[in-house]
Design a protein around this ligand. Structure first.
Ligand code: ZN
Length: 458
């Protein structure tokens, strides 16, 4: 059975890559200042893809933002389980376009990787699901679970309307298990199931001293510089070893179990490997050493200034700036709560704001961390399917990033198994320039998911 599926997927693989390229050509960036029509165009292309592959009831589920989620389903036998397959069709902005070797929305294959914005995150997830389902179905509809495809349109901008979509369509989306194909493999060729996610939140800070910028020669001295003041505030967030200094910030963190620590250790991840993959310069000292890099990435919180602005580099002159801006992003470990941690950060910033400067704070929708119980048989089945498809033992790993949808599915459907899979790898540059996808992993991932789906209906 595996051989037949493998052969079919291999034969039709070029066609699936073409479909993926078609999706990549649409710049479906879901950030506020980008054209929402592109999200709609992308949603239409995804819907059309499902319709042309025999899915039924294909339609748009529209959140308040208008960045639509695409739904489509496949009904086989009521006695077969129902699996919801999630991916997202929106993408991140391109960052510095000049640094792309080929334009972000003109897909190109080089050295076995497909380059383009969304190639890995997460248009690959859509094609992965599509191929797995259609190939199993072509062999036997008896051995095919009922399928509900849910392809979100605003994951990259925080999934602000996704909870509402789930609530309004609870009956339509009811299922026995979920596969979220939006995560990473531990390495190229090393299939992985992610069992924990960090949560996230962000606060934007504007610190203001005057009504307008002033000539620094005529006016500086008596007036506190808002740029330095903001830097001092930021400097109080962590100590020189990266430990967060906000009161009670670490409260509630779950310690990883013995089994989890064991499986992290078994991955044998070294400081050298991390330095290489992250491109850390040789003289930079890390806050974590070989033994605990993975625990730090997956099970500890972090604070990062994700953007900072005061004046402009291209017009830098002798100016006392009127204000300074920074966006402070936090990643939360399992056991922490996004709302509570955002409030702790806000309280801290208010307490330390110096010299009576005017402080404005803006919050965004956060996401809570996520953990899953791998004792459900679906996990063992997926691990075996991945191991068979890749010819390498599949791993249970954690992830330092956030997928708001994971916890939302949990909130809506209770304790059903939620499997976090995906095709990113350390080289994929998701969210950065020159994003790419390992095509051999895409093909093997299709086979893994197909074997899993088939295995559900024995
Ligand atoms: Zn993603």
């Amino acid at each position: 059975m595996k051989e037949t599926l493998e052969k079919r997927i291999h034969e039709q693989f070029p066609r699936y890559v073409e479909a993926l390229e078609t999706l990549i050509r649409i710049p479906s960036i879901s950030f506020e200042d980008f054209d929402k029509n592109e999200i709609l165009r992308s949603a239409k292309a995804v819907k059309q893809l499902f319709e042309s592959h025999g899915f039924e009831n294909a339609k748009f589920l529209t959140p308040p933002s208008g960045r639509v989620t695409v739904f489509a389903e496949l009904k086989t036998k009521p006695s077969n389980p129902t699996i919801l397959l999630y991916a997202h069709h929106d993408v991140q902005p391109t960052m510095r376009e000049a640094l792309w070797e080929t334009p972000p929305f003109a897909p190109e294959i080089r050295n076995g990787r497909l380059y383009g914005r969304g190639a890995a995150d997460d248009k690959s997830g859509i094609i992965l699901h599509l191929a797995a389902v259609t190939q199993v179905l072509a062999l036997s509809s008896d051995r095919m679970p009922n399928i509900k495809m849910v392809i979100e349109g605003e994951e990259e901008s925080g999934s602000s309307g996704f909870a509402q979509i789930l609530k309004e369509n609870k009956e339509l989306l009811k299922c026995d298990g979920v596969i979220i194909a939006d995560l990473s493999n531990f390495d190229s060729g090393v299939p992985s199931i992610t069992t924990t996610l960090r949560g996230m939140s962000a606060v934007s800070v504007v610190l203001k001293a005057m009504k307008t910028p002033l000539h620094s020669g005529s006016w500086s001295g008596p007036i506190p510089d808002p740029v330095q003041a903001l830097c001092k505030m930021i400097a109080t967030l962590t100590d020189s070893n990266g430990n967060i200094l906000i009161d009670h910030f670490y409260d509630g963190i779950e310690t990883p179990s013995k089994e989890e620590l064991q499986s992290y250790r078994a991955l044998d991840y070294t400081e050298d490997k991390f330095r290489k993959e992250a491109g850390v310069l040789p003289n930079v000292n890390l806050f974590s050493k070989s033994g605990d890099i993975l625990t730090t990435l997956w099970r500890k919180p972090s604070i990062v200034v994700t953007a900072i602005e005061a004046g402009s580099r291209t017009q830098a002159g002798n100016v006392l700036q009127d204000s300074a801006y920074a966006r402070i992003g936090i990643r939360l470990a399992p056991g922490m709560a996004a709302d509570t941690c955002t409030l702790k950060l806000i309280d801290h910033l208010k307490k330390i704001c110096p010299n009576g400067l005017e402080l404005s704070l803006f919050t965004e929708d956060g996401a809570d961390p996520f953990t899953t119980d791998i004792s459900h048989p679906y996990f063992g089945l997926m691990k075996q399917a991945m191991t068979d498809a890749f010819g390498t033992e599949a791993k249970y790993i954690g992830c330092g990033a956030s997928i708001p949808g994971a916890q939302l599915f949990r909130d809506m459907f209770g304790n059903i198994p939620i499997l976090l899979t995906g095709l990113e790898d350390p080289k994929c540059n998701a969210h950065s320039e020159n994003e790419s996808l390992n095509l051999s992993d895409l093909e093997r991932g299709m086979l893994a998911e197909a074997l899993f789906l088939q295995g559900l209906c024995k």
